[in-house]
Design a protein. Sequence first.
Length: 165
Amino acid sequence: MQREAVQLLFDYNAWANERILAAAEGLSEAQYNADVPGLSHGSIRATFVHALGAEIIWRRRCLEGVSPTTLLPAAEVPTFAALRQRWTVEDITLRAGLARLTDDALAAPLAYTTTRGTPMQDTLWQVLVHVLNHGTQHRAEVAVALTAFGRSPGDVDLIVYLREK
């Protein structure tokens, strides 16, 4: 996979995250924290914290060579505003790191350790595609919950991003 393609896909990822976060911005605290059927992590808040935490862990593995042992603690982003701020910083950091990658680096193996301590090795571009797919799964879950709360994020498909771009 070429560096330009990876950068485009992560630009799309940031755009899609922003659409979901913007739709969630008007939720009440009760809606943000409510247990919603269909969300793999229970609430919109917990799903956002998980998705952000996963992006942080994978960035650190892929771009820093560090294998964190825990996900982002929810206490580090106690409010929606704090979560959104942290995600903005994470996105800037992630895309700056991606900009330094080469095509050769993307094709190279990535050795890392899971949060459970299991050593793993995968090709870097495949891991990065996994990160994108993981985000898509959780955005889709949250989009359904937001729509049920009357706050649909609208279309967040890649083709919509490309056409708007």
